[in-house]
Every structure is written in structure tokens, then in C-alpha cells.
Ligand binder design. Structure first.
Ligand SMILES: *[C@@H]1O[C@H](CO)[C@@H](O)[C@H](O)[C@H]1NC(C)=O
Ligand SMILES: *[C@@H]1O[C@H](CO)[C@@H](O)[C@H](O)[C@H]1NC(C)=O
Ligand SMILES: *[C@@H]1O[C@H](CO)[C@@H](O)[C@H](O)[C@H]1NC(C)=O
Ligand SMILES: *[C@@H]1O[C@H](CO)[C@@H](O)[C@H](O)[C@H]1NC(C)=O
Ligand SMILES: *[C@@H]1O[C@H](CO)[C@@H](O)[C@H](O)[C@H]1NC(C)=O
Length: 575
């Protein structure tokens, strides 16, 4: 084990820095380019969480063969990516990187062509700084040489980690990742670019820089590691106090804050599926997979593929759930509601269906009832279907529900830490499930939910999330918002206070990539004061401040930062 790795592992406060994450890059016009490169979330294998520095040719050859034999390639897992520690400690005299010949006796070009011959796409790792996280040469100052060598060797995906940057400022990360973007964009076959930069700004007392980094990674690449590494296999050595389940919920909890950034060609990356980590129940493993799929997140396995059990292969190749992950809309499911024991998520699918995902965070099996309105269904209009068809994606069984008789959906016996996942369709031929973006509005720093306290004279407050109707908001296309507690009233801005009031005045809002929710009349931002239980106030818009960055339900139109430069101080953007 590299000394550097051991040293980093003692640093409990910033667990993600011990580990390696990485990236790729591409094109001139970022979004247009990324659509060409990787419109759907990548799926495949990476060695890191399972093997760390103990990678070699045999491991990759055997893993490639096993992915094929076990049907994982057929199910969509078509990438085989190397992580840190594939090189010697020094570059060649001419500046190029080379591979460790003890680990890779036939060389990386041979391995890349082996991987391709079996039908997979090979990927490689490097670091944006002067050294990788494990202390191997970093690419800082060698970007052109390394990108060219990686391409010459046959790699088509690059993960760019973010350890050991010369100064570590946000500005420096942006310049270096931007440089990689430029280089990779000009290549004949632009590589997929996986960016680890955001992880180095996560969990701060002031999240402004994290949000800033998140706002440029989609311009440069196709996926970005936003927070901690998934636990490595034998994590008791390094994190005795974090269970496997805590780790899944941690990354899940970071992902839900960032839904506004995801779009076709760019994916938030909550890190690997470490399937054979010793500290999971089967239900927890299945939850890990179903939640990541609900997010349309990358599905990269970091596990001993040869030893995957039939049961594990069966859930990992569940075609219905993979179709949710790989759905062309690639919406990141957002929170409908949150409470101590339950999270409910939803998103739309490209054929007009709606997803319902229910996570039981509690420690016993339990039932949950979800009103159809919670997942955004428009009721009592001519668009309301009379029946819904509901498919349980774990069992494959469908049932038809008569909406006239049943306004709610009852889900029975969801196991502890288990996730139920349903695809809901309108059984009328060629019809979709008509929905409005619906769910919680929460501050992504404090995690407080915006609450319609109608009983308190129309006041709107920030409180703990409880899953009451007063915290579930509908965001209409015209920019008005109402809670399900009182759909006749709207969120309005009046004299610096946010209230529940007349839908015709001061009631229209715009949501921005910055995370700001801005009143169209006053140009002021929805703001949370520091005091718990504070009334929701409006204030002049700052630049991605802890108090003003909020998450809205998926499906709400997200305006770019530049769409309203009258309210933002764009100088902060470094342009
Ligand atoms: C290759 O790596 C695997 C996994 O770390 C290890 O079990 C195996 O002994 C290594 N083989 C060689 C030839 O180094
Ligand atoms: C350095 O030498 C290696 C091995 O001969 C070669 O493959 C590589 O292209 C060279 N790099 C540069 C920058 O000339
Ligand atoms: C948070 O960080 C940003 C960017 O570094 C800075 O401009 C801002 O002043 C900080 N806010 C507070 C409250 O410290
Ligand atoms: C992790 O490694 C330690 C030390 O080698 C060993 O005692 C422990 O049993 C291992 N734990 C697991 C879960 O493999
Ligand atoms: C809100 O949640 C926090 C953290 O779970 C808890 O400590 C606090 O007591 C809760 N506040 C209220 C008013 O329930």
C-alpha cells in the first residue's frame, strides 16, 4: 500500500480525499458535444473500491471475461475502467507516463485492445494535480502529452481526479479542468470526461464553491463525482465508524441536492456500486442499485465480478430498472417527501410514464401509502386517466388501479433499508401519465423544507421535513407554486416575506441553475434565515449563498445563470 494512501486514510474529516476519483472530457460547445459523446449514464466496472492499488492485467482480463460470461455486458455494463496506481512512481525521461510492467506485463495498449475485442470500452484514470491521490504522477503541466498517450493506447474514457493541486482554489480547478476539456474536445474521438473536482469542495461550512464547481462541470464533461468515495471493500480499517448503509445514504443525500445540474449528456455521479462490501444486507445492495437507477446515475460496479452471486447478478441485470437508469430523458428523480423513516422520489420517463421510488430508511419492514397527487398526478381534470397501470420493477408484476376508487397507492411490507420501485403508466393506448412537477422544496445546505403553515395565518416557514402535504409543492408552468395543503393559494412575495396568498399577484417565480428561486416581480430570492423555524423571507440575491440555494422538484424548467444577469453578480463566476 502506498505510504501516501495510508497517510490520507488517517484524515477522518475529509474521507473523500483518501480515495481516487476521476474523469473525461470533450468538445467545443459543451452540451452539444456531450450529447454526441455520452447521452446516457455510463455503466461498467472500475477496480478502485474493491481492489484499490492491487490492480493488474490478470484482474482486468478475468473481470472482462466474467462481465461477458455473466451477462453484464449484455445488460449494458460496457465500460472497463482502470483507477489510480497503474503507473510507476516516475514519468519517462521524455515526459510521458508509462504503465507498471509488473502489473501490466503486456502493456496497457494490449489490455485496451483485449477489452475492446470483447466488446467493452476501456477507460483510464489520472489526476489534475501534481500527484495522484495515491502518490503516482499527476497530469498537471503534462495535459497534452497524457491525453495523447491515453488516446494512442486505446482509451476512450478518462477520470480526472483532483488530489494535490498546486493551490487548490476553485479558480485553479476550473482552469485545469477547462484545459482538459479543450484538449479532449479537439481529439478525433473525444473521450468521455469524468470530473472529480466537485468532491474537493463538498461538505464545507460555506458551500458556495461547491455550487460554483457544480455549475461548470457540465460544461466540460459528461459526469462528475460530487462528494465522497463509496466505501472501499475492507473499510473497517479506514472507517470503523461508518457503516456501509451510512455511506450509501450519505452519497444519496448529496445527490438529491444537485438534481438541477443533470441533463442528457451530463450526469451527477454518486460513485461506484460496491456490491460485495461486507457490510450490506441484500436489501441494502438492491436499494443502492435502485436508487442510483432512479437518479439516472452512472452504474459503475466496483466489486469482485468473478464472485458475484446469481442473486446479485439477477438484480444488477434487472432490465426494467436499467431502463429507468438509461431512460432518454435521464431525469434525476427528486424528493416528493422526506421524513425520518421514508423518502419518496419520482421522475418522468421518456414514454410518458412516471416513476415512483420508495425508500424505507427505518429498521423494520413497513407499509406506506402514497396519494397519487404526491407524484404529480393531475386529478379531477379531463386529463386525469380513469385507470393506472402499476408495474413493480422488482417482481415484474403489473396491476391496474381504478383511480375513481383509489386515490392512494398502498405499498406493503417494504423491507428495512429496502427500496420499492414502480413504473406507472396510463393504460389507454398511446397516453401518458399527465403530471406537474411536484415535491419538496428544500434548502440544500440546511436541508430544511419549505412549509406552508396555513394554520398560522398564511405564513410560510422553514422546518424539518415531515412528509405532510404542506411541504409538497406543485410548480406550474406559469411559474406559480402551491402546496398540496391548499392548491388555491400560491407562494407570494410581499414586503420581504414569503406568504401563502392570492395566485394572481407577486406569485410567479423562476428557478436558476445557481439554485436561486427568484420572484419575477421583485427580483428577490427565496431565503432561509439562520434561525431554525424561521419564516421564509426574500432578500437581494447573493451568489450561491448557503441561505439561497434550494432544490425544486424534477421537471421544473431550470434557467441558466446568464438568463438574468440583472439579479446575479456574474463577476463571481470568474468569467
Ligand atoms: C492481480 O490482482 C488480483 C486482485 O488484486 C490478485 O488477487 C492477484 O494475485 C494479482 N495477480 C497477479 C499476477 O499479480
Ligand atoms: C516518450 O517515449 C515513449 C516510449 O518510447 C513514447 O511512446 C512516447 O510517445 C514518448 N513521448 C513523447 C512526449 O515524446
Ligand atoms: C462563501 O464563499 C464565497 C466564495 O469563496 C465567498 O465569496 C463568500 O463571502 C463566503 N460567504 C461567507 C458567509 O463566508
Ligand atoms: C479487514 O482487514 C483486517 C486486517 O487485515 C481484518 O482483520 C478484517 O477481518 C478485515 N475485514 C473484512 C471485512 O474483511
Ligand atoms: C429537526 O431535526 C433535527 C435533526 O434531526 C432535530 O435535532 C430537531 O430536534 C428537529 N426539530 C424539530 C423542531 O423537530
Amino acid at each position: 500500500m502506498p505510504r501516501r494512501l495510508v497517510m490520507l486514510m488517517t484524515d477522518k474529516m475529509i474521507p473523500h480525499r483518501r480515495l481516487c476519483v476521476a474523469l473525461l472530457a470533450v468538445l467545443g460547445l459543451a452540451s452539444a458535444a456531450s450529447e454526441v459523446i455520452s447521452p446516457l449514464p455510463p455503466m461498467g466496472f472500475n477496480n478502485w473500491a474493491r481492489y484499490m492499488d492491487a490492480l493488474n492485467e490478470t484482474l482486468f482480463v478475468e473481470t472482462t471475461d466474467a462481465m461477458l460470461a455473466k451477462g453484464l455486458l449484455k445488460a449494458g455494463y460496457n465500460r472497463i475502467n482502470l483507477d489510480d496506481c497503474w503507473s510507476p512512481r516516475e514519468r519517462l525521461a521524455n515526459g510521458s507516463m508509462t504503465w507498471d510492467t509488473d502489473k501490466f506485463p503486456q502493456g496497457l495498449p494490449w489490455l485496451a485492445s483485449y477489452i475492446k475485442a470483447k466488446g467493452f470500452i476501456p477507460g483510464i484514470y489520472t489526476d489534475a494535480g501534481t500527484l495522484s491521490c495515491a502518490g503516482y504522477p499527476g497530469a498537471y503541466g503534462y495535459e497534452e502529452i497524457d491525453a495523447k498517450d491515453f488516446a494512442d493506447w486505446g482509451f476512450e474514457f478518462v477520470k480526472l481526479d483532483g488530489c494535490n493541486m498546486p493551490t487548490g482554489t476553485e479558480d485553479e480547478y476550473r482552469k485545469v479542468y477547462g484545459k482538459w476539456h479543450e484538449i479532449l474536445s479537439k481529439m478525433d474521438n473525444p473521450m468521455v470526461f469524468s470530473e472529480s473536482a466537485p468532491a474537493y469542495f463538498a461538505e464545507a461550512a460555506n458551500l458556495t464553491n461547491w455550487y460554483k464547481v457544480m455549475s461548470w462541470v457540465p460544461e466540460f464533461g459528461q459526469l462528475a463525482r460530487h462528494s465522497r468515495d463509496t466505501l472501499v471493500w475492507n473499510s473497517t480499517l479506514y472507517w470503523p465508524d461508518i457503516t456501509g448503509w451510512d455511506s450509501i445514504l450519505f452519497n444519496y443525500g448529496q445527490e438529491v441536492r444537485l438534481g438541477r445540474f443533470q441533463r442528457p449528456g451530463y450526469f451527477n455521479d454518486p460513485d461506484f456500486l460496491n456490491v460485495d462490501h461486507f457490510d450490506y444486507t441484500l436489501d441494502e445492495r438492491r436499494s443502492h442499485f435502485a436508487l442510483w437507477a432512479s437518479f439516472s446515475a452512472p452504474l459503475i460496479l466496483s466489486t469482485d465480478v468473478l464472485s458475484l452471486t446469481d442473486e446479485e447478478v439477477k438484480y444488477l441485470t434487472n432490465a426494467d430498472i436499467i431502463a429507468v437508469d438509461q431512460d432518454p430523458l435521464v431525469q434525476q428523480a427528486s424528493l416528493v417527501s422526506q421524513s425520518v423513516d421514508w423518502d419518496v422520489l419520482t421522475k418522468s420517463l421518456s414514454n410518458g410514464d412516471r416513476l415512483l421510488t420508495i425508500l424505507n430508511k427505518g429498521s423494520t419492514a413497513a407499509d406506506l401509502t402514497v396519494p397519487w397527487t404526491h407524484i404529480g398526478l393531475v386529478t379531477n381534470t379531463r386529463h386525469t386517466p380513469s385507470k393506472l397501470s402499476v408495474k413493480d420493477l422488482w417482481t415484474g408484476r403489473s396491476e391496474t388501479i381504478d383511480l375513481k376508487r383509489s386515490k392512494r397507492f398502498n405499498v406493503k411490507n417494504i423491507p428495512p433499508h429496502g427500496t420499492a420501485i414502480f413504473r406507472i403508466s396510463n393504460p389507454a393506448l398511446g397516453s401518458s401519465v399527465q403530471t406537474v412537477p411536484t415535491g419538496v422544496i428544500f434548502n440544500t445546505y440546511s436541508l430544511s423544507c419549505l412549509t406552508d403553515s396555513s394554520s398560522r395565518g398564511g405564513l410560510i416557514t422553514w422546518t424539518n421535513c415531515t412528509a405532510l402535504d404542506s411541504q409538497i409543492w406543485r410548480v406550474r408552468e406559469d411559474g406559480t407554486l402551491s402546496s398540496l395543503a391548499d392548491e388555491k393559494r400560491c407562494l407570494v412575495e410581499k414586503d420581504g416575506r414569503i406568504q401563502s396568498g392570492d395566485c394572481s399577484k407577486h406569485s410567479k417565480w423562476d428557478y436558476f441553475l445557481s439554485g436561486a428561486l427568484i420572484n419575477r416581480d421583485s427580483k428577490k430570492c427565496l431565503t432561509e434565515t439562520q434561525d431554525a423555524g424561521a419564516f421564509a423571507i426574500s432578500d437581494a440575491c447573493g451568489y450561491m449563498t448557503n441561505e439561497q440555494v434550494v432544490a425544486l422538484p424534477v421537471g421544473v424548467t431550470v434557467k441558466s445563470l446568464a438568463d438574468d444577469d440583472s439579479v446575479f453578480d456574474l463577476r463571481m463566476n470568474g468569467a
